[in-house]
Design a binder for this molecule. Structure first.
Ligand SMILES: [Fe+2]
Ligand SMILES: [Fe+2]
Length: 142
């Protein structure tokens, strides 16, 4: 699965992370297609999970930093990714589960990056400000 310019959310750092994620998706996909066996596929899945965890943490920090109102719903989508990955991996010895995984990965990638991720990027581009500290609460009165 190759990177296309239409996947861009307009934020360089996020696009770079998405490119890495895509490459990792592709490694999993190819491992399955080539029938590399459970251990190789399992390792590729572990890498993908790790990369996804770092990327999601980064995105969630940005969303909170810019006060994105849909942050919690977006976070749930990220959590759902790991739940699905775990379920699929549990059944990864079955050929049908592998096909299901490839379809899931592709579907998740396009709907999440092209939809949900674009949501917080547009929130930022619309002029969202960084959520500021409440200075009053920092003043010690005792
Ligand atoms: Fe996301
Ligand atoms: Fe993302």
């Amino acid at each position: 699965m190759e990177w296309k310019n239409e996947y861009s959310v307009g934020i360089l750092e996020i696009d770079d992370q998405h490119k890495l994620l895509l490459r990792s998706f592709t490694t999993v996909e190819e491992s399955i297609k080539l029938g590399e066996g459970w251990s190789n596929t399992h390792y590729a899945i572990l890498e993908l999970n790790q990369l996804a965890r770092m990327h999601f943490t980064f995105e969630e920090a940005i969303m909170h930093m810019f006060g994105y109102p849909e942050a919690e719903a977006h976070k749930k989508e990220h959590q759902h990714f790991f739940i699905r990955m775990a379920n699929i991996e549990r059944h990864s010895l079955k050929k049908s589960a592998e096909v299901e995984m490839v379809q899931f990965l592709r579907g998740w990638l396009t709907s999440h990056i092209l939809g949900s991720d674009r949501g917080y990027a547009e929130h930022i581009f619309a002029g969202a400000q960084v959520v500021r500290s409440n200075h009053d609460s920092l003043i010690h009165t005792d």
